[in-house]
Unconditional design. Structure first.
Length: 451
């Protein structure tokens, strides 16, 4: 990184950043209180609030959102008449999944091979630390030239919409000229990237019932309808032979116009096993950024160990559908529900329950804020130009903010590059990326204030 006072300050702050991220990662802040104690999320929220107070934020508050979680808000005033920038991150995390698959404990930040490992290190506790680093660097080099609002969400990973509904009920709270969402990531380490589109999502819990109770498979198997078999059939109907998503009435022909994702690079990023084919057709970028994608997230059925020779009376599945820009998530939900009902075999009883939903997002990349970000990235990443990429994941708050504040410019950056393995075991963050992106954000705020 080229020498400049902001970059030098951020570099000097990295040991403190690591210590703080260690403390924040230690909270098991999964916003599923059937799996993890609510006190863990509350502890993380209080940590974030204390960090904002320590850094001079005013009006720091823990907001009780309608889904039973807390978002943390703070305001840092800038010069009189300055623009206002909202910085977003979330402190809730995905469950660690198979803890036995972690090389080091998921809630203990651990350095290994030049990266920091821990659940939330990149997604998105590291994003909150990035915001703090950027603001501290500006304070040490002439001051923060804009009004800053920070919002740290407590349930983004669950998709339960608490902050979206709170923002709709208090529209003045998050109003800003520009919004920086710190929950995306570079296309690869060292390549500065803004995320210009997000797929939306809908999540349904599907239940299939066929019998009043389980039956002996020897006595009744062959005629008694098997609920697990029916569930397998209906889930299989969601994919074509090549693995493409097939939901009746939902198009699968849109394309991505932007950064090209090489198929071999994708195989490496996704760690696809040798000999296993990718699913779908067309360019990889089309498949993951511009088209719908269904995923079966889980199935309730007897585990192999301890299973009995029984015809199953009931079975459930959790199904996720990612929705590309240009498709209304609510309409996609209805199509998915109708598809599941239409493709359930043998007259089995089928019911669905919506668990979460978020709209897709497309940014206006022609705005002055994007020019300010491009200039900042060119300094923080010498010799590199800012790239535009999509993201297959969802950040439902983006559309809420775009709707509430139609004049605001929205940018998405962050630490979730492919090596970070967010949502998987052994999630990690690159400290070099944390440093460079903190410099980027600081320079962006300075550039934007002068634009």
């Amino acid at each position: 990184m080229s020498s400049n006072p902001v970059a030098e300050t951020v570099a000097s702050l990295m040991p403190r950043a690591r210590a703080e991220l260690t403390e924040l990662v230690a909270f098991k802040s999964v916003a599923d209180f059937e799996q993890f104690p609510k006190s863990e999320s509350e502890g993380a929220a209080n940590w974030v609030a204390d960090a904002l107070r320590t850094d001079g934020f005013q009006d720091v508050a823990l907001l009780d959102t309608p889904d039973g979680t807390q978002s943390v808000y703070g305001y840092l005033p800038g010069p009189e008449g300055a623009k206002t920038v909202l910085l977003y991150a979330h402190y809730d995390v995905q469950p660690p999944l198979d803890e036995a698959g972690w090389v080091s404990p998921p809630f203990e930040l651990t350095e290994r091979d030049g990266r920091w490992y821990g659940r939330g290190a990149a997604d998105c506790k590291g994003g909150f630390i990035m915001h703090l680093l950027a603001l501290r660097a500006l304070k040490a080099n002439g001051g923060v030239p804009v009004n800053v609002k920070v919002i740290a969400e407590g349930s983004e990973e669950m998709g339960t919409g608490g902050l979206e509904r709170y923002a709709e009920e208090h529209p003045e709270l998050l109003a800003a000229d520009t919004i920086v969402i710190g929950d995306a990531g570079n296309f690869r380490v060292g390549l500065p990237t803004v995320t210009s589109t997000l797929r939306g999502m809908t999540m349904l819990r599907l239940k299939v019932d066929t019998l009043e109770g389980n039956l002996h498979s020897g006595q009744f198997g062959g005629a008694a309808p098997d609920a697990l078999g029916a569930l397998i059939r209906v889930l299989d109907s969601l994919r074509a032979e090549d693995g493409s998503t097939t939901v009746d009435g939902l198009t699968d022909e849109t394309s991505w116009d932007g950064l090209v994702y090489d198929e071999e690079q994708f195989r490496k990023d996704a760690k696809v096993l040798d000999g296993v084919e990718l699913i779908g057709s067309g360019p990889v970028a089309d498949r993951i950024w511009a088209r719908p994608a269904v995923t079966v997230l889980g199935i309730d059925c007897p585990p192999v160990v301890g299973a009995t020779p029984s015809v199953q009376a009931s079975a459930r599945a959790l199904v996720s559908l990612r929705v590309p820009p240009g498709v209304d998530a609510a309409a996609a939900t209805k199509l998915l529900e109708a598809h599941l009902a239409a493709h359930t075999p043998w007259g089995a009883r089928v019911s669905t329950e919506q668990i979460g939903q978020g709209q897709p997002f497309r940014a206006d990349t022609t705005s002055p804020a994007y020019a300010a970000m491009a200039e900042a990235m060119a300094v923080a990443y010498p010799g590199q130009e800012m790239q535009y990429a999509g993201q297959g994941g969802s950040i439902p708050l983006c559309n809420t903010l775009a709707s509430l504040y139609p004049q605001a410019e929205i940018l998405l950056i962050g630490l979730s590059e492919p090596e970070a393995q967010i949502h998987a075991v052994n999630e990690s963050v690159s400290p070099e990326e944390l440093e460079r992106l903190s410099v980027t954000e600081a320079l962006f705020l300075r550039n934007y204030a002068a634009s």
